[in-house]
Design a protein around this ligand. Structure first.
Ligand code: NAD
Ligand code: WQD
Length: 342
């Protein structure tokens, strides 16, 4: 019988791509999402790609009674991938309590249910935001974490601690925390992708919305950083590559290949690209010219970060494979599909 995986936040951006990859690998997937940042049609589009509509329940994982009720009715879950969280950095500064409640309480509810209902394994969506601006690049998993720049970032750090301390105290639990760098792009079918609510905060959706005519121009936040062209540098990772890393992490836990009960992996490409390189890359990949303007730095932004991927490559046997331009093209194809552009 196929192992059963609970994917929280499975109708969201990274979750939906991961559901497809899990299904392709033969896993039986159950999605829980409260649709606070995604919509129900994603399930039909997952089915169009994989041929399988995942089982779905709509409730808030910060609601303990509903979470217990779910585990009572869904016996035999082998592992959880916990994507569900609020993720808008700016909103978290304005509404810190919303972020702490949603992101921390959901995590604690899941862990308590894991203990009560004997679900041994969990993979957690962490973020390179826990490193802040590192003193040394590239960033390894041993690079010290720094104080978070936002309540959102702090929820990732605290959730990592909740997870590692709970695992240290309970030998029947095992976890892998995956620190994503900057996910981008969409599924090659253009059936699923990133759907930000309102004005996008992240660079790639802002680029594609500008190309689609929804935004007048891209604001490049700073050209006076200590980088080759002065704009800030990030490690952008294709969302399907990222999704596949989750399947590898699940395989590792279920096959008992983990070296300790709490493991952490960086998920990036190992390459840094600047904001201007992203804009140029988009133009080269799509042939669409972009309007952009250099403005001042964005508060809270770091200058540059990219991953050392050695540990993930060697220990997980996983490597990001897809290139910058091909991924930017998938982001554009998705934007065109959403906006009805031919
Ligand atoms: P997303 O908003 O597209 O997906 C998250 C999903 O979780 C949404 O569908 C939302 O409706 C759901 N959700 C939120 N709170 C919930 C709750 N209490 N109960 C049930 N469902 C809930 O975000 P994403 O980009 O797919 O990110 C997934 C995870 O990866 C998040 O934990 C995020 O913090 C983390 N992460 C994202 C990035 C990024 O740049 N996208 C980078 C690093 C880490
Ligand atoms: C990338 C670069 C911007 C928009 C954020 C979160 C982080 C993580 C990923 C979850 C930066 C520049 C952006 C624009 C721009 N999420 N930019 N004009 O800031 O690396 O990380 O998302 O954990 O926690 O902080 O990603 O896509 O917002 O920005 O010039 O309109 O693009 O200044 O240098 P970031 P981003």
């Amino acid at each position: 019988m196929a192992a059963k995986i609970l994917v929280t936040g499975g109708t969201g951006y990274i979750g939906s791509h991961t559901v497809v990859e899990l299904q392709k690998s033969g896993y039986d997937v159950v999605v829980v999402d409260n649709l606070s940042n995604s919509n129900i049609e994603v399930l039909d589009n997952i089915e169009k790609i994989s041929g399988i509509k995942p089982t779905f329940e709509n409730f808030d994982l910060a609601d303990k009674a509903k979470t217990i009720d779910f585990f009572e009715r869904n016996v035999g879950i082998d592992a959880i991938i916990h994507f569900a969280a609020s993720k808008a950095v700016g909103e978290s500064v304005e509404k810190p309590l919303l972020y702490y409640r949603n992101n921390l309480v959901s995590m604690m509810n899941l862990l308590e249910c894991q203990l009560e209902f004997d679900v041994a394994n969990i993979v957690f969506s962490s973020s390179c935001t826990v490193y802040g601006q590192p003193d040394v690049l590239p960033v390894t998993e041993q690079t010290p974490r720094k104080d978070a720049e936002s309540p959102y970032g702090n929820t990732k750090r605290v959730n990592e601690d909740i997870l590692s301390e709970t695992i240290a105290a309970n030998s029947k639990l095992k976890a892998i925390a995956l620190r994503y760098f900057n996910p981008f792009g969409a599924h090659p079918t253009a059936l699923i992708g990133e759907l930000p609510l309102g004005v996008p905060q992240n660079l790639v959706p802002f680029i594609t919305q500008t190309a689609a005519g929804l935004r007048d121009e891209i604001k490049v936040f700073g050209d006076d950083y200590n980088t080759a062209d002065g704009s800030a540098v990030r490690d952008y990772i294709n969302v399907v590559d990222l999704a596949q890393a989750h399947v590898v992490a699940i395989n590792r836990l279920l096959r008992g290949k983990n070296k300790s009960n709490y493991e952490v992996f960086n998920l990036g490409t190992g390459n840094g690209y600047s904001v201007l390189e992203m804009i140029n890359g988009f133009e080269a990949a799509t042939g669409v010219k972009l309007n952009y303007k250099i403005v001042g730095r964005r508060a809270g932004d770091i200058e540059k970060i990219w991953a050392d991927t050695t540990f993930a490559n060697e220990e997980l046997g996983w490597k990001a494979e897809k290139g910058l331009e091909e991924t930017l093209l998938t982001a554009w194809n998705w934007e065109k599909k959403v906006r009805g552009i031919k």
